[in-house]
Design a protein around this ligand. Structure first.
Ligand SMILES: [Zn+2]
Length: 112
């Protein structure tokens, strides 16, 4: 699959657009991700667009913002707060996303 891919939350108020479909996604097991259960696709921040009203959750070192739809609560992305060049998009929100068609990386990290 080539070209930009779009996606949205359940209610549709928050939209996301990424430069290309992910080839792999990461299932993270840190203390927040094991609760949210997103599948992260990592991109350069300049290669994604996130629009619509989100609420933000920040914890620990406060270095990233987790964005969720203010209405339906879907977790859409995490974005860096400093100069970190990457962000994570929840691939579950992307149109046509099929986990069975790509590589799943399971990240074991229960320490944070
Ligand atoms: Zn929503």
């Amino acid at each position: 699959m080539t070209g930009r891919v779009t996606g949205r939350c359940h209610c549709g108020e928050v939209q996301v657009s990424v430069i290309s479909a992910p080839a792999e996604v990461t299932e993270c097991h840190c203390s927040i991700c094991r609760r949210y259960a997103p599948l992260w696709a990592y991109y350069q921040t300049g290669d994604v667009q996130l629009s619509g009203p989100t609420d933000i959750y920040r914890w620990g070192r406060q270095h990233i913002d987790f964005h969720r739809c203010h209405q339906c609560g879907c977790v859409m992305a995490w974005m860096p707060r400093g100069d970190y060049p990457e962000c994570g998009i929840n691939a579950r929100m992307l149109d046509g996303f099929d986990l069975r068609a790509i590589t799943l990386i399971v990240e074991e990290d229960s320490s944070v």
